[in-house]
Design a protein around this ligand. Structure first.
Ligand code: FPP
Length: 237
């Protein structure tokens, strides 16, 4: 079987470098996040154009709560305005919005905006845009462990019945395929608590470009790099 696949089904991106992009220009960090939204728009369009089926964007990590209050508030406001303003265009492009992460810590307003966008786009099936918000892979695994422990304690499953499929099924990404390609911008070469279980066989790509400068050409370059990789999944050719 030839594992070479020129087009990733699922691309996941750690959008890094907004702050540095702004600081390099003497602008407030929020300007970097605003420009980052432009890159989100371009990337969604590119993913649709290339026939990628799933695009996950790491928009807010659990650790991001530790940033100064005004930056966190600015990001929350940006999520609300952005999903509300973009929903008609996402519908036009056939893009379904999904959220992964712990939604319980968001304000009622933020939750309402995000859930409205999820509901409005739920029939779209060209591209699934997964927003990782208040997401951390370790919290996701803890959440999954608790779910399975509860089901075991209730007698619904035996410990022996827990296998890779049941664990994957208890994650927030239960019905989302594993990422084929994970991109992190800004030259940092770390996964930073992003999709740790799901990344088992993902190809990794770390371009130097800062997220606000990530455009169509950068996306095409990532896909070209992926097409060159030889995916063996631990087997010999
Ligand atoms: C990382 O750059 C970026 C973030 C923490 C926020 C990303 C959010 C957006 C681009 C808005 C997207 C909106 C939607 C609805 C998807 P950084 O601030 O860590 O940059 P630095 O490492 O240079 O400081």
């Amino acid at each position: 079987m030839d594992e070479r696949n020129p087009m990733p089904r699922h691309v996941a991106i750690i959008m890094d470098g907004n702050g540095r992009w702004a600081e390099m220009r003497g602008l407030p960090r929020h300007e970097g996040h605003l420009r980052g939204v432009e890159s989100v728009r371009t990337t969604v369009r590119s993913a649709v154009r290339h026939g990628v089926r799933c695009l996950t964007l790491y928009a807010f990590s659990t650790e991001n709560w530790g940033r100064p209050a005004d930056e966190v508030e600015g990001l929350m406001e940006l999520f609300c305005t952005c999903v509300a303003a973009e929903t008609p265009e996402l519908l036009r492009q056939g893009v379904r919005i999904r959220m992964i992460g712990d939604r319980s810590r968001f304000s009622e307003k933020v939750r309402r905006h995000l859930e409205q966008a999820e509901r409005a786009t739920e029939a779209c099936d060209r591209l699934t845009l997964v927003l990782a918000l208040d997401y951390s892979a370790r919290s996701e695994l803890v959440h999954a462990a608790r779910t399975l422990a509860r089901r075991t304690a209730a007698g619904a499953i035996t410990p022996e019945a827990i296998d890779e499929r049941t664990v994957a099924g208890a994650l927030w990404t239960a019905d989302i395929p594993d990422p084929d390609l994970i991109v992190r911008t800004s030259g940092e070469q770390r996964l930073s608590n992003f999709l740790l279980w799901q990344a088992a066989y993902a190809e990794l790509w770390f371009p130097e470009v800062l997220w606000p400068d990530f455009g169509e050409e950068e996306f095409d370059r990532a896909l070209a790099e992926y097409a060159r990789r030889d995916r063996r999944f631990g087997r010999l050719k």
